[in-house]
Design a protein around this ligand. Structure first.
Ligand code: KIV
Ligand code: ZN
Length: 511
């Protein structure tokens, strides 16, 4: 009989810890709603003690979601735990996730605590969390590099204190499948009462084994997997939700596990994560990469035409990839537009639909076919980033083989319009010089790239940049038929993220 695996999504917490991946409240809320539609069981909405911005973001998600459990992360200290509870208590299904490191390395250099102190903290943290919430998860950070006997003692303390879920993180992605399985078996053998709690795993991908380690843990008795969409997360990221889910679905005869994930929502969710974090998916990424279903060689193409399953183990339609046959263009009405926006996973109010529809009409007048990517870009610009500090109004560039490139930029800064013009070593350089002069910011440009995201000569160009300012990293993306406008949009997007980081997310605590 197939057993149910609980999907604990941490895209909004561990995923947001990816360098440069800051999301605004509005972006987080849209994504949380999409994660609920995707069918995840638990959403880790943030780390409330880290900043005022995170607390507010978690509170809004807790208030709005209807089905998924909404939890927040807390160190094993009373203040963090109480802060999480205040942030999630209004949720229909709230929860507290508390953790402490258990490896000798972390005890000695990070916590500067003895094993006895860690045991005492564990007991107190779990009891306090349980006095507030019926649902409590306890994690042993760096579990896979911890002394196994000590790990068992810590887990025993957490189970005795009433934690209903015990999470075993491979915090630095150090483990391998047999070892991970052995650890889960050890806990099941040594910890009294563990049969009454859910064992969870949380694997990082530093050695590329996050999904394999998660699967090994499931086979050894874990029943919850912590993962992120597109595998984003701290350093090399976390186990990718879409890979775990599709592995269990595609090879159900081998593993006899199932999840509650609506797989048809996977592709849109992946695109939304890329849109709101600015982190692109590598083309050869399993399940959601642009090439995951592209067949280049003639033999493969011939095989797929004759019978899809010759070279495809997953039907792209089961991920929601099949493109709609309804082409949107200048004759499309508001209803068709509203339906497409909904299909793409966005939950917009009537006012927001009206605003985005006007932009869509404007684009459709200039472009024969409006692609899903265009619509995502419009929603991002008009809704998700509408309340941001910096807005690009227009950009005009003079460039060519015989002139010094000059850019004239009009912007709104805090609602006030301003404009300026600067020269540069190229059109992008001139544009960026002007934007930086107008905003008065001095970030370091770490990366700049342009790619085409739709086909044809009127293809949408997507610019991605990465900035650093005062230790904060921010990604920025912009999509437009004109690659110079896309570049300007990417810069403005990244500056808004930097602004958000330096104001809203002034960190009080960092993990
Ligand atoms: O990687 C890790 O150990 C974590 C814990 C806080 C669960 O993210
Ligand atoms: Zn982690």
């Amino acid at each position: 009989m197939s057993e149910r695996v609980i999907i604990f999504d941490t895209t909004l917490r561990d995923g947001e810890q990816s360098p440069g991946a800051t999301m605004s409240h509005q972006e987080k809320l849209q994504l949380a709603k999409q994660l609920e539609k995707l069918g995840v069981d638990i959403i880790e909405a943030g780390f409330p003690a880290s900043s005022e911005g995170d607390r507010e973001g978690v509170k809004r998600i807790a208030k709005e979601l209807r089905n998924a459990r909404v939890v927040g992360l807390a160190r094993a200290v009373a203040e963090d735990i109480e802060t999480v509870w205040r942030s999630v208590e209004k949720a229909r299904n709230p929860g507290i996730h508390t953790f402490i490191a258990t490896s000798d390395l972390h005890l000695k250099h990070k916590l500067r605590m003895s094993q006895d102190e860690v045991l005492e903290r564990t007991g107190k943290a779990v009891s306090l969390a349980r006095s507030l919430s019926d649902w409590v998860e306890f994690s042993c950070e760096d579990a896979t590099r911890s002394n196994p006997d000590f790990l068992c003692r810590v887990v025993q303390t957490a189970v005795d204190g009433g934690a209903g879920t015990i999470n075993v993180p491979d915090t630095v992605g150090y483990s391998y499948p047999e070892e991970m399985a052995g650890l889960i078996r050890l806990l099941r053998e040594k910890v009294k009462g563990i049969e009454d709690v859910v064992i969870s795993v949380h694997c990082h991908n530093d050695l590329g084994l996050a999904v394999a380690n998660s699967l090994a843990a499931l086979k050894a008795g874990a029943r919850q997997v912590e993962c992120t969409v597109n595998g984003i997360g701290e350093r090399a990221g976390n186990a990718a939700l879409e890979e775990i889910v599709m592995l269990l679905k595609t090879r159900k005869e081998a593993f006899a596990f199932h999840t509650g994930i609506v797989t048809e929502q996977i592709f849109h969710t992946s695109r939304m994560v890329t849109s709101v974090t600015g982190i692109p998916v590598q083309p050869n990424k399993a399940i959601v990469g642009a090439n995951a279903f592209a067949h280049e060689s003639g033999i493969h193409q011939d095989g797929v035409i004759k019978e899809r399953t010759t070279y495809e183990i997953i039907d792209p339609a089961s991920l929601g990839i099949a493109k709609s046959t309804l082409v949107l263009g200048k004759h499309s009405g508001r209803n068709a537009f509203r339906e497409r926006v909904k299909d793409l996973g966005y939950d917009l109010t009537q006012i927001e639909i009206n605003r985005t529809f006007d932009r869509f009409k404007n684009l459709a007048d200039r472009k024969k076919t409006v692609f899903d990517e265009d619509i995502e870009a419009i929603v991002a610009e008009e809704v998700l980033r509408a309340s941001e500090k910096y807005k690009l109004v227009s950009v005009t560039i003079m460039s060519g083989s015989d002139v010094v490139p000059t850019a004239t930029v009009r912007m709104e800064i805090d609602g006030k319009e301003c404009h300026g013009a600067e020269l540069g070593n190229g059109p992008v350089d001139a544009t960026y010089n002007t934007i930086l002069k107008l905003t008065g910011r001095r970030p370091k440009l770490l990366r700049f790239s342009i790619s085409s995201i739709t086909g044809g000569t009127d293809a949408l160009g997507e610019a991605t940049i990465r900035l650093e300012e005062k230790g904060n990293l921010a990604m920025g993306k912009g999509a437009h038929e004109d690659i110079l406008v896309a570049s300007a949009m990417a810069m403005v997007n990244a500056l808004n993220r930097l602004d958000y980081l330096s104001n809203m997310l002034k960190p009080s605590v960092r993990l």
